[in-house]
Design a protein. Sequence first.
Length: 361
Amino acid sequence: MTESKLKPPKKNLGPVKWMRTHLFSSWYNTLLTLVVGYLLVTSVGPLLNWVLLDATFQGSGPGDCVGEGACWLFVNQRLNFFIYGFYPGELQWRVDIMFALLAVAFVPQFIEGFPGRKWLGIFGMTGLPIIGYVLIPGGILGLEAVESSKWGGLMLTLILAYIGILASLPIGVLLAIGRRSEMPIIRGLCVVFIEVWRAVPLITVLFMASVMLPLFLPDGVSFEKLVRALIGITLWQSAYMAEVIRGGLQAIPRGQYEAAGALGLGYWRKMGLVILPQALKLVIPGIVNTFISLFKDTTLVLIIGLFDILGAVQSTIADPAWQNVAIEGYVFVAFCFWVFCFGISRYSQNLERKLDTGHKT
């Protein structure tokens, strides 16, 4: 007798069935759907009118913003200041090169199967900072020097976030390993460092780096305000990063340590080849969350006189020539932060899926 072959049933709900299942499955889901629908209907229309239909995009000055919509003319005319700060206009090509290299290094990371993606990522973490150290401040290789006090806008925000992220990760790894060390002195020093820096708000760290640190330096030794801020941000962030990574180290089963020791691996080879790769994979969400938090916390440098993108917008809003444009300015800043933070989040999700090989105990 020949066994009959039946096709598996198709899971085809249709739009009406899908709505009944997901939107109107119970009385509270129905009520919630109706409330959300009402809010969308009553808010989307006016929002679109303000953002696009009634907005002002072109003009010669503030007097052209007479409509009821958003005055995007304000952003258009001050966009150069929002991106470069006080960086000299004739030298902004150096910053543009860095923006282009940053895109070349990291945009392909979102494209699956892009040729050379791995090497571009390595270049972004090694070669790109070196090129930026030459181009942005200048003063070497015949390039005109530009003081850090003239840096600002989106350029300064990316510099603070990029250097802070790049430097805090390896320092955090070393602190996490040191806190789990069997040597009491090293473990104690790492514990004190981590707990002290985690107990201090970043705003206090920036004040200390800007005002108090120069008082403890020897005569004739000084650092620029931006360098002091970068040092404070990096040390503060590395303490948080250390705790995230320590959680990953604690999640690794003891058998992994014993297996690595049975293979004859020394301590550093065991940590670098067996333990750390697994630990870092487990705490990717925590690491990325820390990166995003650092990216947003860069706005605090405004209190020590550094004009990042938020500071550039706030200083422009205070100009009497531009009135009633605060909402447009803050929306522009929020959109810039959302683009970068959403990109970091999406990349981390792709990385998690790629490295999701399971973790057996």
